[in-house]
Structures are given as C-alpha cells and as structure tokens.
Design a protein around this ligand. Sequence first.
Ligand code: COA
Length: 165
Amino acid sequence: MSAKRLPGTPATAGSEPAPLVRAVRASDEAAWRRLWADYLLFYGAEPPDEATDSTWKRLLSRDDPMFGLVTEVEGIVVGFANCALQGSSWSVRPTCHLEDLFVASDRRGAGAGKALLDELIARARENGWRAVYWHTQRDNVTARRLYDRVATADDVVRYTVPITR
Ligand SMILES: CC(C)(COP(=O)(O)OP(=O)(O)OC[C@H]1O[C@@H](n2cnc3c(N)ncnc32)[C@H](O)[C@@H]1OP(=O)(O)O)[C@@H](O)C(=O)NCCC(=O)NCCS
C-alpha cells in the first residue's frame, strides 16, 4: 500500500505537514535502525544484534506474520509500528499484536503516533482481523493518553515466565 494521508489525521501543528503512513520498505533500513536504537534506549533494553537483524528481515518478509508500518513527514521516516498477526483459538480471524510503537522525540505531538495507530486499525478493518491489541507500562502516561483516545484498556493481567538459556 502506498503512503497516504489518513482521514481524520489532525490538522498540522504549525507549518508541519500531516504524517503519512505506509508499509516499511528495504530503503527505510537506516532510518528504521536509528529509530529502533532510540526506542531501545527509551526502554533501557539491549537485545542482541541478531534479534534486531532478524526483526528487520521479518518486517520485510511477505511470508512472516510480522509486518511493519512507518510514518514519514516530508520524506523523513519519523516513527514506526512493529506488528504481528497471530492465530486465535477463539476465531478463524487473526489477531494483530502491536509490539512496538515509536516516534522520534523531536517529532512527537504532531499526530504521527495517532496516524500509525489509525492506519493499523484501518488495515484490521479492511482485512477482517479479529482485533488489534497492545500492552504498555501502567505509568507510560504519554502513550496512554494517546491510547485512551483510540481504544479501551481492559482488565487482563499479563503473566510472564522468562526462559533463560
Ligand atoms: C507514544 C508515542 C508513540 C506517541 O507519539 P506521538 O507522535 O507524539 O503521538 P501523537 O502526536 O499522535 O499524539 C500525542 C499528543 O499530540 C497531540 N497531537 C496530535 N496531533 C497534533 C497536532 N497536529 N497538533 C498538536 N497536537 C497534536 C495529541 O492530541 C496528543 O495529545 P495528548 O498528549 O494531549 O493526548 C511517542 O510519545 C513515543 O514514541 N514515546 C516513546 C515510546 C513509547 O512510549 N512507545 C509506546 C510504547 S507502548
């Protein structure tokens, strides 16, 4: 799908044009990797390089449940959403997990994050997916302000067993 301005994308902040959202492509690699590095810094996370390399390949692969969107302003990629489709025992329709959402710190507050979410939800509707869901830290107030405008937080509690090797 080509880049498009979304219906309902907020008016531009000052002279900043509205963000465009499109599928990630191979030529985005340098920009995506820079943003990904900033995202990891935000979380204080240090996954192995092989995980980053694998994620990048999987986002581009047409045969992988993982896929990626990016948002660009005036040709500059300023944010991404990494997603994956999952099978469900409750439905024949896949569920979409939004695993990572990030907008460059100097580009926030201009609708890029909302544009990524809106595009993902629009794709879910177009494709008949069962739902789009994501997690966030309870105290991520900034992200949750945005999320509360597009979705409802449920009362599911997540349990995790880390498996070390
Ligand atoms: C969460 C995150 C992705 C939001 O991205 P963003 O591009 O700033 O989001 P938006 O601009 O769409 O919305 C944020 C705010 O800007 C406002 N806004 C949106 N478009 C606007 C515009 N054109 N003019 C002025 N304000 C605007 C929104 O109303 C919203 O305001 P609010 O905070 O009062 O609700 C970003 O803050 C981020 O990357 N954070 C660090 C990583 C992170 O927390 N990721 C989520 C992990 S689950």
